[in-house]
Design a protein around this ligand. Structure first.
Ligand code: SF4
Ligand code: ZN
Ligand code: ZN
Length: 315
């Protein structure tokens, strides 16, 4: 089997494009599709300093590798967040990220939940459980991670933050927002959506048109070491997302390209006019406790609300 681009031995079949590629051409194909997406939505300016959330997972490794090819590595900062999950945040994974960032000339910083809010994720979860609040670990994790990334981006003078969400993640979120009828979140998901607060740093998702399997394959052929340990809280991930994910994979297997077409249709339907119309009505408040942005109509940000619920701070 020969590579459709260069004639070398093919290693990867890309069903949504109907092509067989060698490892080199496959990696070039991924990088050029990310570049195209970055260009299409004007995600990066050469002057941008970008703070990337680099967890050490495969997608974040791909984000680091691809962005350091497309942007000046001295203007990239990798931020690893240590949630504080016993048995999960391991030193050897952190060492791997340190090495990978150093090899690419990217600055690397590490921040823990404990540094940011005074407690590790497991301590937060335990306090919530003691009070029988029914708050899942993933809720704490998602809200506090977003807060840390935005806060450190501001502190470090970054003009953009970049996350490693892939096509599967984005398509799942899109369908969840549609099923919930949450049109405001739906519009905010679009790469051209305006930033609704001066305190929010613009977030970009360069891998939003790269399938999860493509990111995994790219990582594999780039020397990434897959983690053998899964987060113990993964069983608490929202079931709706997990169901949509299973359904999407089944549909994609039957009709390759279906997930990509879904996101492309979203990009076409949500026009710039619609975004500026909805964006102008959405200006965030500032939290009464910490001053961070929060949704209109709320007094406190989600992080402070959670910390109040578990009794760590007073209202
Ligand atoms: Fe955080 Fe949940 Fe992912 Fe674990 S599974 S890292 S708790 S979001
Ligand atoms: Zn080739
Ligand atoms: Zn707050």
């Amino acid at each position: 089997m020969r590579c459709d681009y260069c004639g070398a031995q093919a290693k990867v079949y890309v069903p949504h494009q109907g092509i067989r590629l060698c490892v080199n051409c496959f990696k070039k194909n991924v990088v050029s599709r990310v570049e195209e997406e970055v260009y299409r939505f004007n995600m990066l300016d050469p002057s941008d300093t970008v703070l990337m959330g680099i967890s050490g997972g495969k997608d974040s490794f791909v984000l680091l590798d691809v962005l350091s090819r497309l942007h000046d590595p001295s203007k990239l900062i990798a931020l690893t967040i240590i949630e504080g999950i016993p048995g999960y945040n391991r030193q050897d994974e952190l060492d791997f990220v340190k090495k990978a960032t150093m090899e690419r000339g990217v600055e690397h910083i590490v921040v823990s939940f404990k540094d940011a809010v005074g407690l590790s994720l497991s301590e937060l979860v335990n306090l919530g459980n003691e009070k029988r609040l029914g708050i899942s670990a993933c809720t704490f994790c998602g809200i506090i991670r977003r807060r840390i990334i935005n806060y450190y981006a501001r502190q470090l003078g970054a003009s953009k933050t970049a996350t490693a969400h892939n096509l599967d993640d984005e398509a799942q979120t899109l369908l969840i927002n549609i099923f919930r009828g949450d049109t405001s979140k739906l519009v905010r998901q679009h790469p051209l959506a305006p930033v609704p607060s001066k305190k929010l740093v613009k977030r970009i998702k360069p891998l939003r048109k790269i399938y999860e399997w493509e990111a995994a394959t790219y990582a594999y052929y780039s020397g990434y070491r897959f983690q053998s340990v899964e987060c113990p809280y993964i069983i608490y991930q929202p079931t709706v997302r997990a169901r949509i994910r299973r359904w999407m994979i089944m549909m994609e297997n039957e009709e390759p390209g279906i997930i990509l077409r879904l996101l492309n249709s979203f990009d076409e339907v949500v026009s710039q006019r619609l975004i500026s119309k909805s964006g102008s009505t959405l200006l965030l408040n500032e939290c009464k406790n910490c001053g961070e942005p929060t949704s209109p109509g709320r007094e406190y940000c989600k992080t402070c609300e959670l910390l109040m619920k578990i009794g760590v701070i007073k209202s």
